[in-house]
Design a protein around this ligand. Sequence first.
Ligand code: GAR
Length: 209
Amino acid sequence: MMKIAVLVSGGGTNLQAIIDAIDAGKITDARICLVLSNNKNAYALERAKAAGIPALAISPKDYESRDLFNEAMLEAVLGSGAELVVLAGFLCVIPPRMVEAYPNRIINIHPSLIPSFCGTGYYGLKVHEAALERGVRVSGATVHFVDAGTDTGPIILQKAVEVLSSDTPGKLQLRIMEQAEWKILPEAIQLIVHGRVTVEGRRVIIAEE
Ligand code: GAR
């Protein structure tokens, strides 16, 4: 049974997709051992509590320095016994010590087709605003391993979603969540839990079933 820590900052719809996939048997041999939020008001914490999952909020504001906050975050994750860390709308930068503690064991969901609309400053609605401003006809979502950079790690899964002329950032965000994020994040977790994902350089190899 692989233990998973899910790190969140907001609404937690991706967390919910993971909880639902475990309940539905789409993710097997895994359980969520911790939901950690940097935001005490994140609705994701309510979702965790409703599912009976240990939930913890630690805010950078409660610590004298970013380093101390980062230490507390790493301690909480290590203390939960997590073997895989899933960033599900987590908007804090992952400190190098955490990346070193979990090499190719931290994954992130990003709401665009990386390498488009990613990196510093591209998060949440801003990603969709940028995609609409650029006029792309296709966007989507990416699940990738987290390395020392921002959105630079090896890509595990991507799913494309059509951009419509009638889209607003909010409409596009929701469609990308429904058609891509809530599908490929649980799928990637199931692949990793079952040992089907290996990294060669910057490429991810997925073993056939
Ligand atoms: C999701 O769209 C996720 O892809 C995005 O934040 C949203 C969180 O929603 N993440 C990023 O932008 C990371 N750079 P949720 O809290 O409902 O899962």
